[in-house]
Design a protein around this ligand. Structure first.
Ligand code: NAP
Length: 291
């Protein structure tokens, strides 16, 4: 079997076209352009690339974006002051702090300082709590991207066995919540799936993974998901990004394509979806703030 390719680039392009149309309609009606402020601390090359890609994506759909590039030795107080300034700017509908931050800065203190109304990454505890209780303000970008990638390629998770490898606050945990939640008017992205979360203490990981109709790898270990861990015909989503010998590879061994029914590539799978959901959250923030 050769797996269906879950093409994140193509799916993201469709959603970005929808976003661009909404942004254009908004601005034609005289409303402000949605705007995303990105804070980058220090000179990490990978972070610089991520930020460049996010700002280009904003420009492509007609949104404003601003970069606050701050020195690596900035104090936490000065960074918090910068965030407070952006919070009070009415043209800023979303703030994103590019992670990781330098070690002397307390990441949680910074993320919690962002006004939840413009926390388009959905990391603030108020937004996480709303998500957990089924009344989301925003959906976190990577889990949201995984779910849209599945749904828009014909794989509705409703009623399916979903196994997630990884339980981080950024990917595994919120994705598990969204997958397990009931779909309601207040929570249209709820997936109604039956969900298992796995991690480093999981016994017999391969056996658990083989139960999955939909298997999602969010680990950060190259090719940790091997063909023997995949039930023939299962749908596999690879969130992992690992650089090996200068090449970007995922958490899923490419030979899984011979067993799976569908597989997302790395690169070109979840990555473009994540940025796209950030754009969508920024548009939704502008719509909520400007009423
Ligand atoms: P993380 O915070 O390091 O979490 C990794 C998770 O994997 C942990 O829960 C860990 O379990 C689990 N794990 C590690 N080794 C394992 C093993 N041998 N068996 C079972 N579980 C294991 O990473 P993350 O932030 O979730 O990111 C995961 C990957 O996704 C990374 O490669 C990251 O770069 C990528 N990513 C991609 C995107 C994108 O847009 N494409 C976005 C975000 C992240 P414990 O909890 O027990 O330690």
């Amino acid at each position: 079997m050769t797996a269906q390719r879950l093409d994140g680039k193509a799916t993201a392009a469709l959603i970005r076209a929808e976003i661009a149309a909404e942004v254009a309609a908004r601005t034609e009606e005289g409303e402000t352009k949605p705007g995303l402020a990105v804070i980058l601390v220090g000179d990490d090359p990978a972070s610089q690339t991520y930020v460049r890609n996010k700002r280009k994506a904003c420009a492509d759909v007609g949104m404003n974006s601003w970069l606050h590039h701050l020195p690596a030795d900035i104090t936490q107080d000065d960074l918090l002051e910068d965030i407070a300034e952006l919070d009070s700017n009415p043209g800023v509908h979303g703030i994103l702090v590019q992670l990781p931050l330098p070690k002397h800065i307390h990441e949680e203190a910074v993320l919690h300082a962002i006004d939840p109304l413009i926390d388009v990454d959905c990391f603030h505890p108020e937004n996480v709590g709303r998500l957990a209780t089924g009344h989301p303000r925003y959906y976190p970008c990577t889990p949201y991207g995984v779910i849209e990638l599945l749904r828009r390629n014909g794989h509705d998770p409703a009623g399916k066995e979903v196994v997630i490898v990884g339980r981080s606050n950024i990917v595994g945990k919120p994705l598990a919540m969204m997958m397990a939640q009931k779909k309601t008017a207040a929570n249209p992205t709820g997936c109604d799936a039956t969900v298992t979360i796995t991690h480093t203490r999981t016994q017999n990981l391969a056996d658990v993974c083989r139960r999955a109709d939909i298997l999602i790898a969010a680990v950060g270990k190259p090719a940790i998901i091997t063909p023997d861990m995949v039930r023939p015909g299962a749908v596999v989503v690879d969130v992992g990004t690992n650089v090996v010998d200068g090449k970007l590879i995922g958490d899923v061994d490419p030979r899984v394509a011979e067993v799976a029914g569908a597989l997302s590539p790395v690169p070109g799978g979840v990555g473009p979806m994540t940025i796209t959901m950030l754009l969508l959250n920024t548009l939704r923030a502008a719509q909520q703030l400007d009423v």
